[in-house]
Design a protein around this ligand. Structure first.
Ligand code: ZDR
Length: 281
């Protein structure tokens, strides 16, 4: 089966184009675990399937490297838009992508016919606790305590279609991501688990962020997470609505606009294509 490896700020994915290949008999959860393995497979944070849709230009599914399925992925959707445009599969600059979280709209920012960056309408954030989803009484989860091993952390929870738990920290370099990330991800308060963002505020319009992704662990970047972090920054009074998010490998520009939608602008790159021997089951 043909595949294409893509990355957005080092958050990397294997794209499988089900618009052109017959994919029905494949177990995608098992395939994601196998192909995403960095020692025995291709290596990636997730597997992304492009499928036909009768509501939008295509349907996108995201399977994390542990085989679990996510509702949305901000970095992958930029890569998908660029891929479709460069392969001539879509000939317009705004593409409608249906996902388990609903329709999202990436727009290609072109420079002399080349894709310079992709700006995505990431939709509206969901803030009600039940919609995160998170256990507890109705209302928003802003600067609320979460206790782990007897230590109280302050969290803000935001859904961008997928769940995010944001922790503001004074110094990102001092956070023990590998220790704390998985404890928050699997905390009983989050029935569908959660992505975890650690955020250091630099100014009203600049933050630094590291992410522990649900189902993928430590990754270099997170598009939905950057949007969620900006929503959390604004709700806590730390930032404005237009913020540059510094990630390990570069920046995402996020705007929480007056129409309540999040707009995310950032890069997308194709790395290579290849053939993978798939066992049908
Ligand atoms: C964080 C993410 N890579 C993005 O760019 O939005 C999304 C991947 C899916 C995530 N691991 C989840 O929600 O399970």
């Amino acid at each position: 089966m043909r595949f294409t490896k893509v990355q957005g700020l080092g958050n990397d994915f294997i794209l499988i184009n089900g618009l052109e290949e017959e994919l029905r008999t494949i177990n995608f959860s098992g395939l994601a675990v196998e192909m995403c393995n960095r020692h025995f497979g291709v290596g990636a944070d997730g597997l992304v399937l492009l499928l036909p849709s009768d509501k939008a230009d295509l349907y996108m599914r995201i399977i994390n490297s542990d085989g679990s399925e996510a509702e949305m992925c901000g970095n992958a959707i930029r890569c998908v838009a660029k891929y479709l445009f460069e392969k001539g599969l879509v000939r317009k600059e705004k593409i409608e992508v249906d996902t388990p979280a609903g329709i999202r709209v990436p727009e290609l920012l072109l420079d002399a016919g080349q894709v310079r960056a992709v700006r995505v309408d990431m939709g509206e954030p969901r803030l009600e606790r039940l919609e995160i989803p998170m256990a507890g009484p109705a209302g928003q989860v802003v600067d609320e305590p979460l206790v782990i091993d007897g230590i109280e952390y302050r969290i803000t929870a935001v859904s961008m279609g997928n769940p995010h738990c944001i922790l503001f920290v004074p110094d990102l370099e001092k956070v023990l991501l590998n220790a704390l990330g998985p404890r928050v991800e699997t905390h009983e308060a989050f029935p569908h688990k959660t992505n975890v963002e650690f955020v250091q505020v630099l100014s009203r319009d600049e933050i630094k962020m590291k992410v522990w992704e649900r189902g993928a662990g430590l990754t270099l970047a997170c598009g939905t997470g950057a949007c969620a972090a900006v929503v959390a920054g604004f709700l806590n009074g730390y930032t404005g609505r237009k913020v540059t998010v510094h990630l390990t490998a570069g920046d995402l520009n996020i705007e929480w606009a007056e129409d309540n939608h999040l707009y995310m602008t950032g890069p997308a790159e194709e790395v290579f294509s290849g053939d993978y021997p798939v066992k049908e089951n």
